[in-house]
Design a protein around this ligand. Structure first.
Ligand code: PAF
Length: 327
């Protein structure tokens, strides 16, 4: 080989090597959330993205699109199934359209506190529900927290069950939630959270129900006067991956994603709990906040007994037994 030819071969090899490294480094996943950057759903998503990138030495990048810019939870979950999005974090209430058994998580007045919810969801009962999405082109990785849901409205404080009578309350697009609010005497109006601010501003609905973190992040305090601490249901989110994306990874990468998901879960829950506590005092300065007595919450629970029974009977009997044993 002449010097010139040698130089050419070396530089070609170098170029090939660069291409090989670059090709390996080019996994970019897209992740969509429905809530703003300050909400623990998106904080958790960013933490997950950071952990995946760090642990893969930059080989896998996760780009987070927050605040519903890619669509609502229902759309984004379908995008995962069709392979046009890689990760999202819908409520279990949204996932009930794929497997109605997810409604077991949303049944009202069943968890004492977040630690109680963690124990049930991280245990066998919760894991079995996650695995039920395996045949739906989805890989459900972990439960994150949205939190205990409370009612807000623009008309009156809710101190008794009767105060709910006739209020137009937006609910998630979920049959259980619709029946729950109708069962409490409200007129349930299902719609996506993305349309909710305007619906309350224009008085199309009187109110809604969500954890403090959502009420704050979506600035509902600007269009709602009363916040009544009903804590009527606990809402879990689920970190879900598209099956197509997970299959495109090699085993080590899949493991890395699972470990990052677990670590991000602990961070996400911590953020959610700290913020829910902190934000209550912030919201007290912006809205008329009232505690709902436990005796009234008990009356609400009793009024909902037929709805709870009807929806429980509609679920898989084994799932119900496993879940109720874990409670
Ligand atoms: O009210 C809703 O739609 C839900 O609480 C949430 C988390 C904002 C969207 O899934």
């Amino acid at each position: 080989l002449t010097n010139k030819a040698l130089l050419k071969t070396v530089s070609t090899l170098g170029l090939m090597l660069t291409f090989a490294t670059t090709a390996h480094a080019e996994i970019t996943a897209r992740m969509g959330t429905s809530l703003p950057d300050a909400h623990p759903q998106t904080l958790g998503a960013k933490k997950f993205a950071q952990l995946v990138e760090e642990r893969s030495d930059g080989e896998i990048t996760v780009k987070v699109f927050s605040n519903g810019i890619l669509g609502n939870d229902v759309n984004m979950t379908s995008m995962l199934q069709s392979g046009t999005l890689d990760f999202t974090v819908p409520s279990t209430a949204t996932l009930s359209s794929l497997n109605p058994d997810f409604n077991i998580v949303s049944l009202p007045f069943q968890f004492d506190d977040s630690a109680h919810a963690d124990a049930v969801l991280d245990g066998e009962a919760g894991r079995a529900l996650l695995a039920s999405l395996d045949d739906k082109q989805l890989v459900a990785l972990e439960y994150w927290e949205n939190g205990f849901r409370h009612m807000t409205n623009s008309r009156r404080p809710i101190e008794t069950l009767e105060d709910i009578e006739g209020l137009k309350i937006r609910t998630m697009q979920n049959a259980l939630y619709i029946d729950l609010f109708n069962g409490l005497g409200a007129n349930a109006v299902p719609m996506s959270v993305n349309e909710l601010f305007t619906a309350m501003e224009t008085r199309t609905v009187d109110g809604q129900e969500n954890p403090y973190t959502v009420i704050d992040a979506k600035r509902f305090f600007e269009v709602q006067k009363y916040l009544s601490r009903t804590a009527h249901a606990y809402d879990a989110l689920v970190l879900v991956a598209s099956a197509g994306f997970m299959e495109s990874l090699d085993e080590a990468q899949r493991q890395l994603v699972r470990e990052a998901a677990r670590e991000a879960t602990l961070y996400q829950r911590e953020q959610s709990r700290a913020l829910n506590e902190e934000l209550l005092s912030a919201l007290e300065k912006k809205m008329a906040v009232n505690v709902v007595a436990d005796s009234e919450r008990q009356r609400m629970r009793e009024a909902l007994a037929p709805v709870i029974q009807q929806h429980t009977q509609a679920l898989d009997a084994d799932v119900v037994t496993q879940f109720q044993t874990a409670l």
